[in-house]
Design a protein around this ligand. Structure first.
Ligand code: FRU
Length: 464
């Protein structure tokens, strides 16, 4: 349990942790990272009255995951951020072991958040079938404060064949009806999305489930459903898929299905599952539509239960959010483009000579009209290598346990690489493929053997 009182009593500890964070030479320059402690999923992403609000799973007093609530930053331009007060404390009987992930819903300028309250019973339980509550909660909010934590559903309201793992609500409105999408694990260990229906955002009834006809993991976390162009898209994070050489290389996956979903008639047709990211550090993405009607995705630049590590723990913080990406449909594919606001951070363009080493750590590099194979050094012991239709990202010591990730791509036509002090986000073929990674080399070393690259040094976000 973490409530405001405990948080305030730890003021001195938090101050000390902040000082440690500031000492990290690889602290990120243009990413959202926790002021202190641990961060995981992005939550409650929204824009209200012009201001963007990004919340995230956080345990501020511990750089390793502990009592989880919601941290909060706001921004009016997605370049300058303000650290806001800690938002949701896990302090009620419905969420005392964690204010878990959830999302925002805005209608008529009224904002509500839906999230999962995690409760664990003391004693000898497996925490899957017994000994746990996953409560669906709603809070009405002005983005900074909120009223009562309203219990919307508990485990008794979910279908009887579900385990206690039903979580991460996302609301979608269609023809005057509200639908809530929840990630779930059934008692026979099948991952799926449950859909509930409501006319008033308070009383929800079970409506339908979305699952594959084939085995596809034991749990689907963090579902998201939205329309984009003429497509309907279902995002989820399946757990329990077997790794293959070019697919599902991480412990858990994040991806999407194109889906034909008829909510009224409860029918659907799922397309193939496509991975949203091929890097080492990407999970639990969430999208929202901003006031300019852009569909923006932010992911957790991290992943649970990985065997690689983050040396930032020495400086009392761990993990960050990805840069925001605008989602678009191009040539029948979902593509992710870094939001255009980031261009405001650019310094003067430098055309990098082939074979010349560029020693900065924070920059954006791009190459267009690529044809053929190439090799790029992203750090001295980190290479991006394309040959015979296979793209390899390989890390040495600075990967801190990260080794190699591969993508099969017939042709690479463009690359856009965002290097921050301890991260690399690589956008391939105008965002048709993305690789998101943490990396820990003190020394900047960026060199292209084969491609003509343009480099922009990048400035930092401000956090006030
Ligand atoms: C995904 C996740 C969610 C859960 C949250 C808890 O990373 O496991 O399913 O709500 O993290 O922090």
């Amino acid at each position: 349990m973490l409530d405001r009182k405990i948080y305030q009593e730890n003021f001195k500890k938090l101050q000390k942790m902040k000082e440690e964070v500031a000492k990290d030479p690889l602290l990120l320059a243009y990413h959202i990272y926790p002021e202190t402690g641990w961060l995981n999923d992005p939550n409650g992403l929204c824009q209200l009255d012009g201001t963007y609000h990004f919340y995230y799973q956080a345990s501020p007093l511990d750089e390793n995951r502990a009592d989880i609530g919601w941290g909060h930053v706001s921004s009016t331009d997605l370049i300058n951020y303000k650290r806001e007060d800690f938002f949701i404390f896990p302090d009620s009987k419905y969420d005392k072991n964690g204010a878990y992930s959830g999302s925002a819903f805005i209608e008529d300028n009224k904002l509500s958040f839906f999230y999962t309250g995690n409760v664990k019973y003391p004693g000898d339980f497996d925490g899957i079938n017994e000994g746990r509550e996953h409560n669906t909660l709603r809070i009405d909010s002005d983005a900074y404060t909120y009223g009562e934590k309203i219990l919307i559903m508990d485990n008794d309201d979910y279908p009887a064949d579900m385990t206690k793992h039903v979580r991460d609500p996302k609301i979608y409105k269609k023809d005057g009806t509200y639908y809530m999408f929840l990630g779930a694990r059934s008692k026979d260990d099948k991952g799926m999305v449950l859909v509930f229906k409501s006319e008033n955002l308070k009383d929800f009834t079970y409506h339908m489930r979305i699952e594959t006809a084939y085995d596809f993991g034991f749990m689907w976390e963090c579902p998201d459903f939205f329309d984009l162009g003429d497509k309907q898209i279902l995002i989820c994070c399946p757990q329990g898929l077997a790794s293959e050489k070019y697919k599902f290389q991480n412990i858990y996956q994040s991806g999407y299905f194109f889906i034909d979903l008829d909510l009224e008639n409860k029918t659907y047709k799922l397309g193939n599952f496509e991975e949203l990211d091929y890097g080492f550090d990407f999970y639990a993405p969430q999208t929202f539509e901003d006031e300019a009607c852009r569909r923006i995705l932010v992911g957790w630049m991290g992943i649970p239960d990985a065997d690689y590590t983050n040396p930032s723990v020495k400086y009392k913080w761990q993990h960050a959010l990805t840069i925001p990406r605008e989602l678009k449909i191009k040539n029948q594919r979902l593509v992710q483009e870094p939001i255009k606001e980031l261009e405001a951070l650019r310094g003067s363009k430098i055309d990098l000579e082939k074979g010349k080493v560029y020693e900065e750590l924070t920059f954006e590099a791009s190459a267009y009209n690529i044809s053929g194979d190439f090799k790029i050094y992203l750090r001295k012991d980190v290479t991006l290598f394309y040959k015979d239709g296979i793209l390899s990202l390989k890390m040495g010591k600075s990967g801190s346990g990260r080794d190699e990730r591969l993508i099969k791509i017939d042709e690479i036509t463009s690359l856009r690489i965002f290097s921050d002090r301890s991260s690399l986000e690589i956008f391939i073929n105008d965002g048709a493929y993305v690789m998101t990674n943490r990396v820990y080399a003190q020394e900047g070393y960026f060199k292209s053997e084969d491609l003509d690259l343009a480099i922009y040094p990048l400035g930092a976000f401000t956090f006030s």
